[in-house]
Design a protein around this ligand. Structure first.
Ligand code: SAM
Length: 294
């Protein structure tokens, strides 16, 4: 029997499907399945399928029983999904039976070679996107892996905790931002798409969520002499955010205050500044100056 996306969002149908296949939900795999039927069409529509008049592909991570997968399969030329739980492929074979453009890879997304998978699976796609509703504890590692490995995708759309979404999408230079805000802004242009209440999941988590989209930059926003230096300054700067930048940088990097003061002056940064007040470009010029200085 072919189940529609709306049916796959229905609590009784999900319970029956799981029971029939002898599967119980795993807390350790973060299996909070979507039961709000309005979420998946919005995610599928906004994750890049506006581009699907051509040959676009999408990599989904953590398809569960396939509720979002179905929506993606309707609008993308090809959908490849990576699911860790070895009990779910037999359910996905049923729920996605009508789609010949769907392929499942069973494995741990944190251990797989995503670059190779993207190259092999989407060789005939002109544009590739990632879309995922993941367990929260692997969301940050996945976001950073996609960005740092510079995976060849146009955008990454993920469900994250609401607070994490606000932090990632905060405007650089405001109090709401943190080290992650700057790291993400360096690689991508983040956008908070919409909020999702905790009641949209079964079982309901303790926190509300939001869907964010990161549009990956085609080129870095500025030239860095040493990316490592740039990121270590950001990490140190926000490590002790109640201190002034001068103190937190000196404590976090071990650099002498005198050397830092020279760099601050050269980059026109006030000694009393705090990490959250700096722009991405100011961190970049500091990193470039300090790189040249040693
Ligand atoms: N996409 C479905 C939905 O929206 O209802 C399921 C979302 S559920 C929050 C997360 C899914 O990720 C589960 O199916 C879980 O088994 C899977 N998962 C957990 N850890 C994973 C990993 N390391 N690699 C791949 N999939 C994983």
């Amino acid at each position: 029997m072919v189940l529609t996306m709306a049916e796959l969002s229905n609590i009784s149908t999900i319970k029956e499907l799981l029971l029939k296949n002898g599967v119980s939900l795993s807390k350790s795999l973060g299996q909070n399945f979507l039961i709000n039927p309005s979420v998946c069409p919005r995610m599928a529509e906004q994750c890049g399928s506006e581009a699907t008049n051509d040959a676009s592909g999408v990599l989904e991570i953590g398809p569960g029983i396939g509720v979002l997968t179905k929506e993606l399969a309707k609008s993308f030329k090809k959908v490849v999904a990576i699911e860790l739980d070895s009990r779910l492929p037999k359910i996905l074979a049923q729920t996605l039976a009508e789609f010949s453009n769907f392929k499942l890879i069973q494995g741990d997304v944190l251990k797989l070679d995503l670059k190779r998978i993207l190259a092999e699976e989407f060789a005939d796609c002109s544009r590739v996107f990632i879309c995922a509703n993941l367990p929260y504890y692997i969301t940050s590692p996945i976001i950073m892996a996609v960005l740092e490995q510079r995976l060849p995708v146009e955008a990454l759309t993920v469900m994250v905790q609401k607070e994490a979404a606000e932090r990632i999408c905060a405007r650089v230079g405001t109090r709401a931002c943190g080290a992650v805000t700057l790291a993400v802004h360096y690689y991508a242009e983040p956008k908070l798409l919409f909020n999702v209440s905790r009641g949209s999941f079964m079982p309901a988590p303790n926190v509300d969520s939001a869907v964010i989209r990161l549009d990956i930059r085609k080129a870095p926003p500025f030239e860095l002499k040493d990316e490592k230096m740039f990121f270590s300054l950001i990490k140190a700067g926000f490590g002790q955010r109640r201190k002034t930048l001068l103190n937190s940088l000196s404590a976090g990097t071990g650099m002498a205050k005198q050397e830092l003061e020279k760099a601050f002056a050269a980059c026109d940064i006030k000694g009393s500044s705090r990490a959250e007040e700096l722009s991405l470009e100011q961190f970049a010029s500091l990193a470039n100056f300090l790189y040249m200085g040693d």
